[in-house]
Design a protein around this ligand. Structure first.
Ligand code: NAD
Length: 483
């Protein structure tokens, strides 16, 4: 049931206006399982209209060519308005997502505003370089925006993911056509409306709604989309690579899936580690890319830690995302919950011991119990597959060498956590881990937006956040002048 004060539009946002279109996809609330509204599915013509609007906005406003300080000021104004509208944005998000409105309002939104300001600050500080050429010539490396960036976001943190895409692309002087997930469209749509209210040129931020195979594919393949920035599953990332290879080579940033290990050594602070392990898998019901879904523990502390985790995994109480402040999140869809359960049951059939959980909560909505599986070998599906739910495996090791063997994943390399008081060990093992991020004696991102995030191996290509994300939205041109 829709919230009486929310406008859940069945429309795209193109050229600074809502463009109503017939409903093609139903949107449901994972908290209740009920329909909350519907959205259109943009076809090639609608995607073309959005890309054309983006190009027109760049031409008429000279967004990328004007004083960079103007970009900076406009983006700061947008960030201010996002904070001012936090309550509406949070409700538009929580009505169909797995994020509690209260947490979106107090966490995701201020952090997103902060990140937009962070990227805005690069606009008037990053510059090209002079090249060390002989006296007879003058060489320099100029950098420039791409033009229109095509961005595609997942459902798990809709506003945050939209911010990661829009912030650096706009600060770097580009226009964006963004497709949010078909399951969580409305907060992103409203972000775009706020961009125009804040004074960004109409057409600089365009939102097309629709699914991956139709709308996403059309966006990626559009000849005037100069760069693609994608966050989602490794499977969809592969489809996008294929699409780009077929329809015209262009640069892409891909932030993909993971199966991240959290390793606890015998000398770790166990209170700190237990807290971090829980925070590493249970927020958003484990539906975050860097979730620490493989817990690896030294055999000497395994029993103690397993007991503590079992107690902590029994504690969460589900909440309705529109009302709760700290209630446990639902799984995004019933279908996804069934997939999670199928992997858990397959894991048990292959010999895993269920320490806790292993079934849904007995209530409306798609809530799955925090689940811990022990006695799993390297080929158990709970160890190999990205589950994207509140499910962790619990394995033990006897020494560093075995710990590193277990930590390495054949496919993924997104993040890893190390818990030890031995700094030499932490640094030694950090070097060995084939992951894009390593956290030591903590698990999860901080507000240090300067640290880029992104995967190694099949977990991704390129980075979000950090200076790297800004630079990934600009391209260089080498200029050589004979004097
Ligand atoms: P998904 O891949 O199913 O969908 C992501 C987005 O891609 C959606 O907007 C979807 O409509 C679109 N899409 C799907 N197929 C497409 C195609 N063929 N062409 C173009 N677009 C297509 O992922 P999801 O279920 O929304 O999100 C969960 C996944 O995202 C997990 O694998 C998670 O690890 C990953 N993720 C990664 C990061 C990161 O920073 N590495 C962050 C968040 C989520």
């Amino acid at each position: 049931m829709a919230h009486p004060n929310l406008t859940l539009r069945c429309a795209h946002f193109i050229g600074g206006q809502y463009i109503d279109a017939p409903e093609a996809i139903e949107v449901t609330s994972p908290s209740t399982g009920q329909r909350v509204g519907g959205i259109p599915c943009a076809d090639t013509d609608t995607v073309d209209a959005a890309v054309s609007a983006a190009r027109r906005a760049l031409e008429t406003s000279n967004w990328g060519g004007n004083s960079p300080r103007e970009r900076l000021k406009a983006l700061h104004a947008w960030a201010d308005l996002i904070e001012a509208e936090a309550q509406t944005l949070a409700q538009l998000e929580a009505i169909c997502s797995t994020r509690p409105a209260a947490q979106v309002q107090s966490g995701d939104i201020p952090v997103t505003a902060e990140q937009i300001r962070f990227f805005a600050e690069f606009a008037d500080k990053e510059a090209g370089k002079l090249a060390p050429t002989p006296d007879s010539a003058f060489g320099f490396i100029e950098d420039a925006p791409y033009g229109v960036v095509g961005a595609i976001a997942p459902w798990n943190y809709p506003i945050s993911m939209a911010g990661w895409k829009l912030g650096p692309a706009l600060a770097a002087g580009n226009a964006v056509v963004l497709k949010p997930s078909e399951m969580t469209p409305w907060s992103t749509l409203y972000l775009a409306e706020l961009s125009v209210k804040a004074g960004l040129p109409a057409g600089l931020v365009n939102i097309v709604l629709g699914d991956g195979p139709v709308t996403g594919a059309a966006l990626v393949a559009h000849p005037h989309v100069a760069k693609v920035s994608f966050t989602g599953s490794t499977r969809a990332g592969g489809a996008i690579m294929e699409n780009i290879a077929r329809t015209g080579i262009k640069p892409m940033t891909l932030e993909l899936g993971g199966k991240s290990p959290m390793l606890v050594f015998e000398d770790a602070d166990l209170d700190l580690a237990a807290d971090a392990l829980v925070r590493g898998i249970l927020p958003n019901a484990g539906q975050f890319c860097v979730s620490g879904s493989r817990i690896l523990v030294h055999e000497s502390i395994a029993d103690t830690l397993a007991k503590r985790l079992v107690e902590r995994f029994k504690a969460p109480v589900p909440g309705d995302m529109m009302e709760t402040t700290d209630g446990f999140s639902p799984i995004i869809s019933d279908r996804q919950m069934q997939r999670i359960d199928a992997i858990v049951q397959a894991s048990r059939a292959q010999g895993a011991e269920l320490l806790v959980g292993g079934q849904r909560f007995d209530r409306q909505g798609s809530y799955y119990r925090p689940t811990l599986l022990a006695d799993v070998n390297k080929s158990n599906p709970a160890v190999t597959d990205e589950i994207f739910g509140p499910v962790a495996t619990f394995q033990t090791f006897t020494d560093e060498q075995e710990a590193m063997q277990l930590a390495a994943h054949a496919t993924y390399g997104l993040a890893a956590g190390l818990f030890t008081r031995d700094l030499s060990r932490a640094l030694r093992l950090t070097r060995q881990l084939e992951t894009g991020t390593v956290w030591v004696n903590r698990y999860g991102r901080s507000r240090d937006h300067i640290l880029p995030t992104g995967g190694w191996k099949a977990s991704g290509l390129g980075k979000d956040l950090g200076r790297e994300a800004y630079l990934a939205n600009r391209r260089t041109k080498s200029v050589l002048i004979d004097l």
